[in-house]
Each structure stands twice: as structure tokens, then as C-alpha cells.
Design a protein around this ligand. Structure first.
Ligand SMILES: NC(=O)c1ccc[n+]([C@@H]2O[C@H](COP(=O)([O-])OP(=O)(O)OC[C@H]3O[C@@H](n4cnc5c(N)ncnc54)[C@H](OP(=O)(O)O)[C@@H]3O)[C@@H](O)[C@H]2O)c1
Length: 330
């Protein structure tokens, strides 16, 4: 597996990570056994970057990874996140980047994962009114104590990244980035490359739409994240599927799969871009990994741009509720 650095002071990780939100069921049911098989497949494929968060199933994803690590030796670099809370009485999400909350969540994550060091600790969403410099001070303390390796931020703006990075090096920024979610091209991909920060692309498969078989909204269960997502609701969904069909045909003409092609496209966006597809299945993970060895020429990239031009998607990538806490910049 090819390697890419997790920020300018490393460590090197696999060019493809594994997103483990899926172990908590946002895209359909799964089991601990199936998740362990997926982690075993990641290990066999040489995938070392494992992405989770404290809120994925409220600890479920971290605990499933923890139970795997207790049974198996693996050279995984574990990334987790904190900073999102939910009001217990109203269920409304809010953001807390206070030192007390972050420390408590870090300790919980270490316990869930059964480890004493987290390789990359992200602020999942910024608390808008808390200066990012103060948050960096908190994270630096965790680093000095040896509890975390690198510092990351998810869904922040390039301006916030620059403020944070001026305090101390940030290892990674994680944002949604794929053929149908290209806002990071308007400054964040470039800012990360300039500063020596890894850009970790989440939902790189468009939450399943680049799969050879289209997801079926009629089959989405109550907890499925896509149920309330504008791109998966008609008429947007049907239009999006029709737009993606020629991309699937193009992948077939190249004797590859649309998933591998979507991953290869992301890897071509810069040497610091690391996609983290999410899957519950070892079989699907192999398909994603095939994209790492796929070499795209300028003519392939031009053809992909012609088939799926930037901005082709119908509908916002998030509903108003899902977009809470995402920093805007364009
Ligand atoms: N920082 C953040 O705010 C944030 C937000 C969202 C996600 N993330 C992270 O990013 C990771 C990946 O994003 P994501 O899971 O939201 O979206 P994604 O990777 O774009 O798509 C996941 C979907 O694609 C399907 N899939 C995977 N491989 C496939 C294949 N080879 N063929 C067909 N379908 C395939 C999965 O189904 P199967 O399970 O059936 O394979 C699942 O439904 C998450 O697990 C999480 O770690 C972070």
C-alpha cells in the first residue's frame, strides 16, 4: 500500500484510510463480527489509518475497534474526534471545545479503544465563539502529556486553519471531499498543501452513490443518515443517479469499478490527500483499495471532468440540521 505523510512531521500512513462510522450503522445495520472482518481486511491490505469518533454510535465504533485491538496485533494509526455534544432533553446538537469536555472525551476514547495514545485527535466541529488559539493550547497540553500524537480539525475554514497552525503545527484537516462535494477545491486543499497539513477526505464515495449498484432510498432504515440528506431525496436523487451513470460506464470501459475510479480521482488531487472510505464489508474495502494502484493520466482526468463537472450534484450536501457547525468560507 502506498504511503502518505500525516502532516509535515508525519507519521506516514497508508494513502487510503478506513472510515469506521459505518461500524455504528449510519448506512445500514452491521455487527461486531462483520466490523472485525473489515478491520482484518484493512490490516491485510496494508491500510493503517483508522478513523473513528466518540459520537459514532455514542462509543460503539470506538469500542468495536477496541475489541479488535485487544485480540489482534495491528500497525494501525488511530484517529478519533471530540467536540460534538447533544442536549439530553431536546436532542439538539451543540459544540463544546472547552478543556474540561475535551479532556473527558479523550479519556473516554482511550478507554473505549483500550489504548494509551491516540495518533490523531480531531476537533470534530469548532465551537464558534471559542478562540481557536485557546483550543490549540488545550490540544498541545494533551500532546505534551503523550496522550495524543497529532492535532486535527474537521470541517473548518482555511482562515481558521491558518490561525491554528500559527500556534503549533496541525497534522490534518478532515472535510467532505469527493467528485460531488468539491468545496475544498476552493481553498482548503490548497491551504493544506501550502502548510504541510494532510487533507483527509471523508465521504469520498458520496455516501455510496459511486457504487456499481445505486443505493435504494426505499431501503434506508430510520437511523440512515441519508434519509434526511437533500441529495438522496427525489427529485434530486434520481437526477444525481442519472448524472453518475456515464461515470459508471466510463469506469467499466477502463476495466475498473466506479468506486476505484472515485478513489483514484481523489488521490490525484494532491500528494497530501488521504481518502477514508467507510464500509462495513471486507469485499467493498478491497474495491476501494484497488483505486490506490490505479494510475490516472491527464486524459482520464479530463474525461472525468467532462462527465462529472464540478458542481454537477443536485441538492446540498447537508440539510440545515446536518450542516450545523460546518465553517463556511465561500
Ligand atoms: N468528520 C466528519 O464530520 C465526518 C462525516 C462523515 C464521515 N466521516 C468519516 O468518513 C468515513 C467515510 O465516509 P462515509 O462513510 O460517510 O461515506 P462514504 O465513504 O462516501 O460512503 C459510505 C457508503 O459507501 C458504501 N460503500 C463502500 N464501499 C463500497 C463499494 N466498494 N461498493 C459499493 N458501496 C460501497 C458503504 O456501504 P457498505 O457499508 O455496504 O460498504 C456506505 O453506504 C466515515 O466512516 C467516517 O469515519 C467523517
Amino acid at each position: 500500500m502506498k504511503q502518505r505523510p500525516l502532516g509535515s512531521s508525519g507519521p506516514d500512513v497508508s494513502a487510503l484510510g478506513l472510515g469506521c462510522w459505518n461500524f455504528a450503522g449510519p448506512y445500514g445495520p452491521t455487527s461486531e463480527t462483520e466490523s472485525h472482518e473489515t478491520l482484518a481486511a484493512a490490516k491485510d491490505l496494508g491500510i493503517t489509518l483508522i478513523d473513528t469518533a466518540n459520537v459514532y454510535g455514542m462509543g460503539v465504533s470506538e469500542k468495536v475497534i477496541g475489541s479488535y485491538l485487544r485480540k489482534h496485533k495491528a500497525e494501525f494509526r488511530i484517529a478519533t474526534k471530540a467536540g460534538i455534544r447533544r442536549d439530553p432533553s431536546t436532542g439538539v446538537r451543540y459544540f463544546d471545545n472547552s478543556p474540561e469536555h475535551l479532556r473527558g472525551e479523550l479519556e473516554n476514547s482511550l478507554r473505549n479503544l483500550g489504548i494509551d495514545h491516540i495518533d490523531l485527535f480531531y476537533i470534530h466541529r469548532r465551537e464558534a465563539d471559542r478562540p481557536i488559539e485557546e483550543v490549540m493550547d488545550t490540544l498541545q497540553r494533551f500532546k505534551q502529556e503523550g496522550k495524543i500524537g497529532g492535532i486535527g480539525f474537521s470541517e473548518i475554514s482555511p482562515a481558521s486553519l491558518r490561525l491554528a497552525h500559527a500556534v503549533s503545527p496541525v497534522s490534518a484537516v478532515q472535510s467532505e471531499y469527493s467528485l460531488w462535494s468539491r468545496q475544498p477545491d476552493l481553498g482548503m486543499v490548497q491551504a493544506c498543501q501550502h502548510l504541510g497539513v494532510a487533507f483527509v477526505a471523508f465521504s469520498p464515495l458520496g455516501r455510496g452513490v459511486f457504487g456499481a449498484q445505486a443505493p435504494d432510498p426505499a431501503s434506508f432504515g430510520e437511523g440512515d443518515f441519508r434519509k434526511a440528506n437533500p441529495r438522496f431525496v427525489d427529485p434530486n436523487f434520481s437526477r444525481n443517479m442519472a448524472a453518475i451513470e456515464p461515470f459508471k460506464a466510463y469506469a467499466r470501459s477502463l476495466e475498473t469499478t466506479p468506486i476505484a475510479l472515485a478513489i483514484a480521482w481523489l488521490l490525484s488531487r494532491g500528494p497530501h490527500v488521504i481518502p477514508i472510505p467507510g464500509t462495513r464489508s471486507a469485499f467493498h474495502l478491497q474495491d476501494c483499495a484497488d483505486g490506490v494502484s490505479l494510475q490516472l493520466t491527464p486524459s482520464h482526468l479530463a474525461e472525468i471532468e467532462k462527465i462529472l463537472p464540478a458542481g454537477f450534484a443536485h441538492g446540498d450536501r447537508y440539510s440545515a440540521d446536518q450542516a450545523m457547525g460546518v465553517e463556511g468560507y465561500c
